[in-house]
Design a protein around this ligand. Structure first.
Ligand code: MN3
Length: 330
């Protein structure tokens, strides 16, 4: 089962809205080699895993769990790039009819920028589609049940994902987009390390083949900073049971012969704040009238149903997931 923390796995760096960049990033989210695919592929491989090779199952499960956070990060990045994109930045108002008053067209940009569905179907938020608008498909998921084959395919998936993210980096100078793209390039490299190392334990000698492709992504300044911090050498296990055997595979010299030393941190990542998503009256989002808004406000300000120290064991806003679940001090 899964628990959640209301944090993002990487920082959202502020910049101007950019609906065209938001649409390009949809490929990294809902494309054939995007984060929705890596998430579903590794989780299904883990759920369907047969036999006793637990360290390999833990590897698939750990990376699959991380990919959930990548889907969240990329969706938040896309929504941030879209937010306010119509150039309508009117203040939150009691007058819910204000956005298009007097014949104004606050959503006009939807006709000429990016994907019209971002404004017409969604409300300046991410969609489970690729950059050409094709819906994400479960048929992308590869899970043969044969461990070496699945690992080979996963390495191909991470390599293609990294290639496309390097292309995305070269399409936009927007800081919000580039910060997320750079982070995902480096995590793809970590996952290339993970699957290549797993195949190495099964007898593969990579020689000089890795990394695939030879993108030399360290030329991108945001990527260079992350590589220098060793973000490509770590893999979190995301397992609060303390029984993960991931480090039996993800440890020692990296398979790329780049001087990397692989390790599994004991503690989960700290995370970064989720940026607030403001109301968008021109999108009728959230679409509550005055009466409903007052009602929602009353609920938000009411006392918690579960008191601190009660059945759920809540212990304050900064308590980590481990303490909430197990009741143990962290
Ligand atoms: Mn990923």
């Amino acid at each position: 089962m899964f628990f959640s923390v209301q944090k993002l796995i990487n920082e959202i760096v502020p910049d101007e809205p950019d609906p065209a960049a938001a649409n390009a990033l949809q490929e990294g989210l809902g494309g054939q080699f995007g984060e929705m695919r890596t998430m579903m592929q590794y989780l299904f491989q883990s759920f369907n895993f047969r036999g006793n090779a637990q360290p390999y199952k833990d590897l698939l499960h750990s990376i699959g769990t991380e990919e959930i956070a990548h889907v969240e990060l990329l969706a938040t990045t896309i929504a941030t790039l879209l937010d306010g994109a119509p150039g309508y930045n009117g203040k939150a108002s009691d007058d819910l009819d204000a956005p298009a008053a007097g014949g104004a067209t606050p959503l006009e940009t939807a006709l000429s920028n990016g994907n019209i569905h971002h404004f017409l179907v969604g409300a300046q938020g991410a969609l489970p589609v690729d950059s050409a608008g094709n819906p994400w498909s479960g048929s992308y998921v590869y899970n043969s049940g044969n461990l070496p084959l699945d690992l080979i395919y996963n390495l191909m998936l991470e390599s293609t994902g990294r290639l496309q993210k390097c292309r995305l980096y070269e399409m936009t100078a927007n800081k919000t987009a580039r910060a997320t793209i750079a982070y995902l390039i480096v995590r793809d490299q970590a996952h290339e390390n993970a699957f290549a190392k797993a195949l190495e334990t099964l007898g593969v000698d990579w020689g000089k083949l890795l990394p695939i492709p030879k993108t030399h992504a360290e030329k991108y300044p945001e990527v260079k900073v992350l590589l220098e911090a060793g973000v490509h050498e770590k893999q979190y296990h995301f397992d609060i049971s303390g029984q993960s055997q991931l480090s039996k595979i993800f440890s020692g010299p990296g398979p790329m012969h780049d001087g990397a030393t692989l390790s599994v941190p004991e503690d989960p990542p700290q995370g970064f704040p989720v940026p607030p998503a403001r109301e968008r009256f021109e999108e009728f989002a959230p679409g509550l009238d005055k009466e409903l808004l007052e009602h929602v406000q009353e609920i938000a300000e009411s006392e918690l149903a579960v008191t601190p120290g009660g059945a759920a064991g809540a212990s304050g806003p900064d308590a980590g997931p481990v303490s909430k679940v197990t009741g143990k001090a962290t």
